[in-house]
Design a protein around this ligand. Sequence first.
Ligand SMILES: C[S@@+](CC[C@H](N)C(=O)[O-])C[C@H]1O[C@@H](n2cnc3c(N)ncnc32)[C@H](O)[C@@H]1O
Length: 296
Amino acid sequence: MQHKSVLLDETIFAINPKKGGIYIDMTLGAGGHTRKILEKSSPDGVVIAFDKDMNALNYAKDTIKREFKDRLILINDNYANCLEHVHKEGFGEVDGVVMDLGLSLDQIKASGRGFSFMTDEPLDMRMDSSKALTAEKIVNKWDEDEIANILRIYGEERFAGRIAKNIVRSRPIYSTKQLADIVKECIPKNLYKTIHPATRTFQALRIVVNDELEDLQKGLLSAIELLKNGGVICVISFHSLEDRIVKNIFKENKSNNKLRLINKKPVIPTKKEIFLNKRARSAKLRCAVKTEIKET
Ligand SMILES: C[S@@+](CC[C@H](N)C(=O)[O-])C[C@H]1O[C@@H](n2cnc3c(N)ncnc32)[C@H](O)[C@@H]1O
């Protein structure tokens, strides 16, 4: 795996894994956070790790699971369903939860599923390959208005209308390169100095194909529910739509006295981390402690 974990030390510092602790990694990926928690909670801490991409699970089975055996429980499902799974595995409350959102570098670079406009691949974008909706279906079958809408909402794309029109006019569209070129034609050249012109369109399609924001809300609420008093939740997000959801859910739970925020402002990577891993540059880490006293 090529993926480099983002904000790893900062997350582990906040979670503070202890021996005998029970932890959830909602987004296993290449297993960087899971491994560190297992190491720090030796000899008997447990991690329940979720990923909806079977490739991540297979990699963990061959590596981390071999080393840590029963201390790692791997679950191939959406983290939005974590509540049922954790209870089914026989656990009640947990000591910590990590969510490291988005994609691993291995999905972006080597999955062949069209997550990136940097390589020419089929327009798929599913993290869970068993689901029916693909990016190809959206660009070839949805109405112009529907496409414009998702680009506006989930890509925060100023040129959503123009891009949607060009997409519909250019059908059929099968590859990431074809789509990236169609988007590029719609955006004035002087506006894409800092990011690639197709970045927002690809973000919007990926969010819709994978139901990312709905799952994030559901997953966050379940995670907060699962935490024991004093348990810590850490969420790493990579764009403003994700961060807004995390910020708002933390805020609501703070005013209900269910959470205490560890840091008012999100933790961001150091210059050194960004230098070593460009993908970390947009990361934001928010951490909170469960404070609710349950009625008996
Ligand atoms: C950024 S990677 C995690 C990297 C990991 N923390 C590490 O250090 O190696 C995010 C992972 O979360 C998975 N993922 C994203 N959304 C998910 C969801 N709703 N349910 C389960 N897994 C999800 C992706 O398939 C991906 O493997």
